[in-house]
Design a protein around this ligand. Sequence first.
Ligand SMILES: NC(=O)c1ccc[n+]([C@@H]2O[C@H](COP(=O)([O-])OP(=O)(O)OC[C@H]3O[C@@H](n4cnc5c(N)ncnc54)[C@H](OP(=O)(O)O)[C@@H]3O)[C@@H](O)[C@H]2O)c1
Length: 279
Amino acid sequence: MKDKVCIVTGSNSGIGKETALALAEMGSKVVMVVRNKERGENARSEIIQQSGNDSVDLMICDMCSMDSIRRFALEFMNRYDRLDVLVNNAGAVFNKRQVTAEGFEMTFAVNYLAPFLLTHELLPLLKKTASSRVINLSSGLHKSAKLDLDDLQSESSYKSMNVYRNTKLMVVMHTYELAHRLKDTGVAVNVVLPGFVATNLGRNTGSMMSRIMFGMMKPFQLSAKEGAETPVYVAASPDVEGVTGKCFAKKEIVETSETSYDTELQKQLWDVTTHLLGL
Ligand SMILES: NC(=O)c1ccc[n+]([C@@H]2O[C@H](COP(=O)([O-])OP(=O)(O)OC[C@H]3O[C@@H](n4cnc5c(N)ncnc54)[C@H](OP(=O)(O)O)[C@@H]3O)[C@@H](O)[C@H]2O)c1
């Protein structure tokens, strides 16, 4: 991985931080993309110290804001002339329905629209770099999701964990559709189910119920380092070279939900999304 340039979003905590650390340990140039400078700087110092690699950059982007994502992508492409790995890791679940300044429901914006747009904006550089890899973080919860194309932003009813699982199904479907569209371009796109991992997810933004649930489950959860093993494997292992449009868990290719393979639905979701994002 030496001299490869890797972006990890949401890398100040949890799975993202461990992914950034592991890639830095392999000698990559790691660009940590975070929304909070102070939290980002603290994590960056730890990663540099632990990895002994000082090629760790910090860039700021709020994944709730499509404008911020567009500005970040431009700044990144001015600063770097290659992008080998993009790990779309940032994610959140919000207790109550909230709408961003651009009019998008927040969980939908951060978990689904953000990786969709960020990948789209960085595609010229991903295509220019030989054998680049995009890794999207989904969740096993996508299996019990229900995709309603007429209510993607949960206007009729908002139940935080249902909304979360729906956005994670959209991530899987987007991965498959994008991999299909990028066939033969040298850009591989895969999705990862990291397992049930003890992180900050839902701690600050989830409902009281989800906080209690996460707390109770802690003894059964993987560590963040364990949770990062599969994203790191898909980002860096030679075993994965040329593999695209697949889902990985525990470093193996796994099946996802039946709905996720519906190619007609994948196309419809793509069209609605590009329309929403004005692409
Ligand atoms: N933990 C699990 O059991 C589990 C299971 C399946 C999938 N996942 C997925 O794994 C990924 C990583 O989550 P995690 O478990 O490591 O949780 P985490 O510790 O809460 O990390 C989430 C990261 O995303 C960042 N983030 C959230 N909203 C953002 C925004 N608007 N702009 C920029 N960054 C933002 C957070 O930054 P702040 O610190 O500033 O909030 C944090 O760095 C997520 O996509 C999650 O859905 C987790």
